[in-house]
Write a protein that binds this ligand. Structure first.
Ligand SMILES: *Cc1c(COP(=O)(O)O)cnc(C)c1O
Length: 460
């Protein structure tokens, strides 16, 4: 990497463009009202900068698109499958590779086999589809990060680490035979995309060996995590991110990946396992629900693009740009006085709306108020991760708030340029001017489950 690359410049140029509609504030007010003040219900064509998620929203490279044309669509033993299998075997060191249509399909297969009534899964933090697939089997899912990592201000290098002492206690408490698996999520998506250290995973491996418990790596951002290890953990600065990811994945018994993240594709997933007997059970479920073992849930062209994406993601210049550009947004926001979860994680910036909109009571959803203001002022689509998403009601119908009122700005891969990010920063100047006069919201319709997706709200 040249010294010049240390400043923030996209290490790619644009070959194909997708026009964005420039809208007025009046237009956006109407669009948001029609969407019931829920950004999930907006049309994407009415959004200028879409930070809803980094999942499946990235841009593929010219090589990936060329690979799409070369996809081998044979039912069995396709060349594209051989390509993907070779790349994933090399990356994980695991012998059994199963392609799935996305991450949750891999979860359903693996946790369907390992789970069941009275079983527990222990993780740094279970992602919501992970938890749902585990609980669906009748098992329970326990999250254990270190207490200090829950403090949004404290500057620690590896806030995604699993609490090893707590893990030991839990295994003894539940009995090792009842612990179905330990799942380490890298980076830890549901707690701010914070990284996990190699030392933490090595210790975890030892504990899993002691009790003979399988270790699953939920590694859909394993490349981003490797970048943090390289720059924050002693002894890794001279290793490539690819070497670091390979070292980490070799510590697991199984690997689950939503390829919509570091796979650099718009759809796809992977399940890989070390154990032959387990692989046979998984393959049987794969065939029933996803597809034959050499394509699973994917077409040949998808497998080709994924095989190429998994190589491109480890480009050191790309990863530097990726992590630094996310941090650039977060650091600049912080300098403006916007309270952000610190340090900045890999794929998203989280804003503490409770701190920013102090005048809006929690039961009037300050996070959603910020989400709405971002859309009205700048056509920016973000998502609330607070009491609209996780709140519950007590017997009297009063809101039991979530732990935090956050707003997530998730950054799609290779999609937006530095000037888009600077535009977002400008919009936050308007947000700061507005912050004392902005209003709260009330829910006018909500479904019984996962209400944030389809709820409708109104201004108070
Ligand atoms: C996205 C994600 C999943 C689920 O993957 P899908 O492709 O959305 O089904 C699982 N775990 C983590 C950590 C994720 O970020």
């Amino acid at each position: 990497m040249s010294e010049k690359m240390r400043t923030l410049t996209e290490p790619f140029k644009i070959k194909m463009v997708e026009p964005l509609k420039v809208t007025t504030e009046d237009f956006r007010k109407e669009a948001l009202k029609a969407a019931g003040y829920n950004t999930f219900l907006l049309r994407s064509s009415d959004v200028f900068i879409d930070f809803l998620t980094d999942s499946g929203t990235g841009a593929m490279s010219d090589k990936q698109w060329a690979g799409m044309m070369m996809g081998d669509e044979s039912y069995a033993g396709a060349k594209s499958w051989e390509h993907l299998e070779r790349v994933v075997k090399e990356l994980t060191g695991m012998p059994y590779i199963l392609p799935t249509h996305q991450g949750r399909a891999a979860e359903r297969i693996l946790y369907g086999i390992l789970g069941g009534k009275n079983k527990v899964f222990i993780s740094n933090t279970h992602f919501d589809t992970t938890r749902a697939n585990i609980e669906f089997t009748g098992a329970s899912a326990i999250d254990i990060i270190y207490d200090e990592a829950k403090d949004p201000e404290i500057d620690l290098p590896f806030k995604g680490n699993i609490n090893l002492e707590k893990l030991n206690e839990l295994i003894i408490h539940h009995g090792k035979e009842n612990v179905a698996a330990v799942i380490i999520t890298v980076t830890n998506n549901s707690s701010g995309g914070q990284p996990v250290s190699m030392a933490n995973v090595k210790e975890l491996r030892k504990i899993c060996n002691t009790y003979n418990i399988p270790l699953v790596i939920d590694g859909c951002r394993v490349a981003e995590n490797a970048y943090f290890i390289k720059h924050r953990e002693e002894g890794y600065i001279n290793k490539s991110c690819e070497e670091i990811a390979k070292e980490m994945l070799r510590l697991g018994d199984a690997f689950i990946m939503s390829a919509k993240k570091d796979g650099m594709v718009n759809m796809g997933g992977l399940l890989t396992v070390k154990d032959e007997a387990l692989s046979v059970k998984c393959k049987n479920l794969l065939i029933i629900s996803e597809g034959f073992t050499t394509y699973g849930g994917l077409s040949g062209r998808d497998m080709e693009a994924l095989a190429i994406g998994l190589t491109e993601v480890f480009d050191e210049d790309y990863l530097h740009y990726r992590i630094r550009s996310t941090a650039y947004l977060g650091e600049k926001l912080r300098n403006k006085g916007i309270p952000v979860v610190w340090p900045i994680g890999g794929h998203a910036v989280y804003i503490d709306a409770k701190q920013l909109y102090k005048n809006i009571p929690i039961n009037q959803y300050p996070g959603q108020a910020l989400v709405c203001d971002l859309y009205i002022k700048g056509g920016i689509r973000a998502v609330e991760v607070g009491s609209l998403m996780f709140g519950k009601y007590d017997d009297k119908g009063e809101l039991i708030p979530a732990t935090n009122e956050l707003v997530r700005l998730a950054i799609p891969r290779r999609v937006y340029t530095q000037s888009h990010i600077d535009y977002v920063l400008d919009i936050f100047d308007d947000i700061l001017k507005l912050k004392n006069q902005t209003q709260g919201y009330k829910i006018t319709y909500e479904p019984p489950f996962l209400r944030h997706f389809t709820a409708r709200l109104d201004k108070l």
